[in-house]
Structure formats: C-alpha cells, structure tokens
Design a protein around this ligand. Structure first.
Ligand code: PRX
Length: 631
C-alpha cells in the first residue's frame, strides 16, 4: 500500500485503521470501542478490552519459539554474556513476579526500578506488567536528589535496585545513592529488593531490604499467571523534564501501547519473529522501554541488552554482536555514532554485517556529516526517527514496511500513521501550510495509541503543559521547532522550551539551575544548552557568585567551578553536570527582570543574539561574549 493512503486512512478512519493494527496482539477480552475521545484531550484506546503486556511480550511466544533467544544480555563491563530463551525468560519473570508479590506488590501499585543494564531490570519491568503493577524506571545515571523527587511522585511500594553498575571497568555503586534518596524523600517504600552482583559491598536496612538471590531461590518454580488488565490500565510511568517544576511522570496505558509497538515493529522497524534486535539505549530512557524491552519481544524477536561502552574493549564491539547474533535491526543515537567516527573505521569492515537491514537513529538531531559517514561505512540504510518520551514511538520517520521511501539527510522523515502533525506559527497561532516556514511541531488530538495518557496523578498539568485549542481543535505541543519542505519531509530545529539534549539525554535546565543554586556561594545562575560537536549540546552555567572577591584568582575560580560540578554530580548525576561554569557579575535580563535565555544561548554559541531592545544592561551579554571567547 502507498504510505500516503495508509497515513490518510489512519487519520480519517482511525477506528478501522487501529482495529486492524490491534489484531497484531493477543486480547483476553476484545475491546468495545476503538477510540473513545469523548473527553478531549484525554483519549481511551481499545476501551472495554483486556490484555497484558507481559503475555504479549513473553507467554504468547512459548507456543512457537520457547527455545529461541528472547533476551541476550551482554556485559563488556563484567565480561559476561547470557542468553535467555523465551522459556527461560518466562521462568525468570515469574520468579521476579513472585518476589514482588511476596514483598506486598499488588495490581496498580508502583514499583520503582533503579538499576544498571542487567537482565534483572528487564525481568522486573516484565514482572510488573505481568501482575498489573506500574513500573517507574529511573535512569541509573541519576543521583539521589533526582531519585528522591521521583520516589515522592511515584510513591512506590517496592524499589528494585542493585549493588552497583559499572562504567568503563569502574564500579559505580548504586545502593548508597538509593539509601540517601530514600532518606531525602518524604515517601518511604515499604521494601527494597536488592540484586547483589557482588560488585560493591553495601549496607542492608533490616526489615526493609530483601535479597533477590535468596527470594528467587525460594520462588524458583513460581507460576504466576498474567493478570488481565483493562486496555487503559497504566503500564508504567517514566519521568521526563520540561520547563517548569519537577519532572513529569509520563503515564502510558497497556493496550494502546502494546498495539502501537507491535505496529511499529512491523511498519517501521521491519522486525520479524525469530530475528534479533539491538538497541544500544538504556532501560532508563523511553527508547529502552519501547525498543529494548517491549517492542522487540512483542514482535517475537530476540533483544540484546548491552552493558558497556561502544568503544570497549574496542570500537568493533557492537558490530561483533551484529555478526554473532545476526542482528537485523539496530537502534542507536547520533552521539554514539559520533563517538565511533573518531575511531578506526576498519572496525566497521571487520565483521560480517550482512544480516543488518538498517540502522535506526533517534533522540537528537542527526547531522549530515554523521549520517553520511555511517551510511557509507555500513553500506546500510540509516533511518532517522523523531519522537519523545511522551509519544512512546516514532512521530516522524520513514515507514519502509508500508512503502519504501527515500530518506533525506537532515530530516527524520514524514508524519507516521496515527499522527496528525501540524506546524503552527508561534505568534499568530495559525497553521502553516506553506513549505519551508518555521513553526512549532504540534499534533492534533487524539494522540494515537501508545502515547502518554496523562501526567501521573496530575490531569490538570497534562492539559496545561501540552495542549492548546485552535479553531475548536485540541493541539498537543511537542515543544520542538520544525519546518516542512515541499515534499512533506520535516526538519527539526530544536526545542522551544528550556529542555536541552546532551548526548541524547533529555535534561531540564531549570533542574540544573536549582541544584547549582543550592551552593552557598551562588547568588544567581542561568543554564543554557550550547552546541557541541560530539554530544550535540552541553550544559553551560553562568553564575553570579555571592562573594566574588576571590574569583579573579584562577585557582580559586577553578576550585569553585569544580565544587559546583561535584554538587550537580552528587544531586542529579553526572549526566546533568555542566561542561563549564562561568562566573559573571550580571545576567542578561529584560527590564522586567526576565532572563533573556535565548540571547544568552546565542552569545554562548557565538551567534547573533537578535533583538535586544528590552535588555536592561547590555554589558551583561558583552561579559558573556568575552568569557566565551576566552575559552
Ligand atoms: O527535541 C526532540 C529530540 O529529543 C526530544 C525528546 O527526547 P526524549 O523525550 O528523551 O525522547 C527521545 C525518543 C527518541 C524531542 O522533543 N529528538 C528526538 N529525536 C530526534 C530529536 N531531534 C531531532 N531529530 C530526532 N530524530
């Protein structure tokens, strides 16, 4: 079928379209209504239906592929590789489910998962789905303050964690950070389930901390049936940053998500049962949820979960896995490719990559030199795809499973089926119909299956943050700028809000500012994202010190910069650490006291700051210009 027709049908006849896609998964009870949009912008997909994500990801494949690989865990950190067949995964997930039940977890309860990239993290996610508990995975790179705010918002009954992760051969302890986070949080989880990898000794809190190894042995023969849940039952929450307040818990349903992933595996990722999928993301991010754990397994594929760096033991490691496991689809981020680009290209031709059909890249803009380099080096199609934590699956890309279409460098592609994408003029609020005009990328409601249902426990915030009404229609904002060319291809031009994207990691500048503000010698701070050749963007902090008297001394300045970085490391995690902290005596503000963030960012990137008629003190920007020039 031609893609334009396929897309048109998804928008004009959503019920018929999605009822068809819904056949890709198993239903315990068929749905009554495909799309209930009676209370916009909230939508209920497949209302009345009952299913289970874990059943679709694991149990339903036992019939045809019990002994085929399901989860392939590879760690170059601890030099281990374990392949779990669907039968074994089924057993492990039931053991984990039995442990969670023993610790008091019931349907609808939250389970927070704070873990490194180990198989038990996937078992825990699937076990939650199995029993109808709602998981909330927190990226292992986050530190105690970030973790504490998520604990308070998710109010988990149980936290599943591990003694440590490992990065570049160095042990990264988790338990201390977790204990600190629980101390900081107002909500106290009843129990903590600890996976002990034997990497780092840790203290146990009696009566609270349980040992997974011990409990697992007790439940070695566990039989825990799937709990059939309503299609609209929340499957998980995943926290993501925006402009204001604490990170939002993006809440996902069960039935719509399952259908959306199954459909995307077919139409976009071309995944066939029995094949192997390799996503290099982390389970702490949305790509890890959709395309390490759920998507590939729902499609009956084996999925590789990789703990380690792309360059260790050498830059051939990923390609050696492609050869060894005959990977057909690979998913990574542009930053990872830019890291590999710095290595010897011979690593790319060293392995047999004939199984690989395409490399999918997402999470940040894919620059043309990087795209060209990897396309030539691999000799495979490179498929850029644009989406968000909120959407759960690609919004813009190329659906080669529907109709083969060319990619364009610099563009992730065209709106996917189910997404009624609009470009809106920021100042007039009107739809842009002409080509090559910049606007905000928006999606007309209802959002398709798989997208966020709401903000966890905060419907009002969901409506207020994301939705606006235009000519009687509800529009969801992606908070990204974009343009569309004459062929209908979109180009993403960066965020409209205060979110930055460091190496594909989405961070809120406000959270970093809050953390820096807690330093006793910081009076004021502004954090902006600055273009970076390797990471896409890095955070740069501009600080007004309370006592700046010693800061003319180089060593004193560097010491304060180092202290501030350490503070952010300890509170939020190294991912949020600014690349530079620069000290200024004033920040560029309007006469009414509003920070001129875009002007600050422009100057920090050596660009023209644009219209400055409202600025109170032009010397503030001059100072920034000089500091950046000195770098
Ligand atoms: O700004 C866009 C950028 O990443 C944001 C979403 O990040 P996150 O919620 O972490 O989800 C990532 C899912 C892949 C978007 O608002 N972004 C994501 N993909 C692309 C992108 N920018 C340009 N091109 C992309 N392919």
């Amino acid at each position: 079928m031609n893609f334009a027709d396929f897309h048109r049908r998804s928008i004009e006849q959503p019920d018929a379209f999605w009822a068809e896609q819904a056949q890709l998964i198993d239903w315990h009870k068929p749905f009554d209504t495909v799309c209930d949009y009676s209370r916009p912008p909230f939508v209920h997909w497949f209302a009345g239906g009952q299913t289970n994500l874990c059943h679709n990801a694991v149990d339903r494949h036992l019939k045809d592929r019990a002994d085929q690989n399901a989860l392939i865990w590879v760690s170059t950190e601890v030099d281990k590789e374990i392949c779990y067949s669907f039968r074994e995964l089924h057993a492990e997930v039931q053991r984990m489910a039995a442990c969670l039940i023993e610790l008091g977890v019931k349907k609808g309860d939250r389970v927070l998962i704070y873990m490194p990239m180990i198989a038990e993290a996937a078992f825990a996610m699937l076990a939650c789905a199995r029993i109808g508990a709602i998981h909330s995975v927190v990226f292992g790179g986050f530190a105690s303050v970030s973790l504490a705010s998520r604990i308070d918002n998710a109010t988990p009954v149980v936290i599943v964690s591990a003694d440590a992760g490992s990065r570049s051969g160095k042990v990264v302890p988790y338990k201390g950070l977790l204990d600190e986070a629980i101390t900081l949080a107002a909500h106290k989880p009843a129990r903590v389930l600890m996976v002990d990898r034997g990497l780092a000794p840790f203290a146990r809190v009696a009566g609270r901390d349980a040992d997974y190894g011990e409990l697992r042995r007790k439940h070695i023969d566990a039989r825990v049936p799937c709990e059939w849940v309503d299609a609209t039952h929340p499957s998980y929450t995943l926290y993501t940053s925006g402009t204001t307040g604490t990170p939002k818990g993006v809440q996902r349903d069960t039935g719509g998500y399952c259908v959306a992933l199954a459909a995307s595996m077919k139409h976009i990722f071309l995944g066939q049962p029995g094949e192997t999928y390799f996503s290099t993301s982390d389970i702490g991010w949305v790509v890890g949820h959709s395309y390490i754990v759920y998507g590939p397994l729902i499609a009956g594929m084996a999925t590789i979960m990789y703990e380690g760096l792309p360059t260790r033991p050498d830059a051939g490691i990923w390609w050696s896995l492609v050869e060894k496991y005959k990977v057909t689809a690979m998913f990574s981020a542009p930053t990872a490719v830019r890291v590999l680009k710095k290595q010897d290209p011979a690593y790319l031709s060293k392995y047999d990559l004939s199984s690989l059909r395409a490399l999918f890249l997402a999470g940040e803009p894919l620059d043309e030199p990087t795209a060209k380099w990897i396309a030539e080096a691999l000799g495979k199609p490179i498929i850029d795809n644009y989406w968000q934590t909120e959407s759960g699956w690609p919004i813009l890309t190329i659906a080669n499973g529907v109709e083969k279409a060319p990619s364009k460098f610099g563009s992730p592609g065209v709106p996917m089926y189910g997404y009624n994408v609009k470009l809106i003029n920021e100042s007039t609020g009107e739809e842009i119909r002409a080509a090559d005009e910049k606007g905000v990328v928006m999606i007309e409601g209802p959002l398709p299956p798989g997208c966020m249902q709401t903000v966890w426990q905060d419907d009002a915030r969901f409506v207020k943050t994301y939705w606006t009404e235009l000519a009687g229609k509800q529009l969801y904002s992606t908070f990204d700028w974009g343009v569309r060319d004459a062929d209908g291809y979109y180009f993403i031009l960066g965020r409209t809000d205060d979110v930055i994207n460091v190496a594909g990691h989405r961070l809120g500048t406000r959270e970093i500012e809050e953390s820096i503000s807690s330093h006793p010698n910081v009076a004021e701070v502004a954090v902006v994202g600055v273009a970076d050749n390797l990471k896409g963007q890095v955070a740069m902090a501009f600080v007004i010190a309370k006592d700046a008297s010693g800061l003319t001394d180089n060593a004193a300045r560097l010491k304060l910069e180092g202290d501030i970085m350490k503070l952010v490391d300890g509170q939020l995690g190294a991912v949020a650490r600014p690349a530079r902290v620069l000290f200024v005596s004033a920040l560029p503000k309007t006469r009414s006291g509003k920070l001129l963030r875009r002007a600050l960012q422009a100057v920090a990137e050596n660009r023209d700051p644009g219209d400055l008629t409202t600025i109170e003190d032009p010397s503030a920007l001059q100072q920034v210009k000089e500091l950046v020039a000195q770098k």
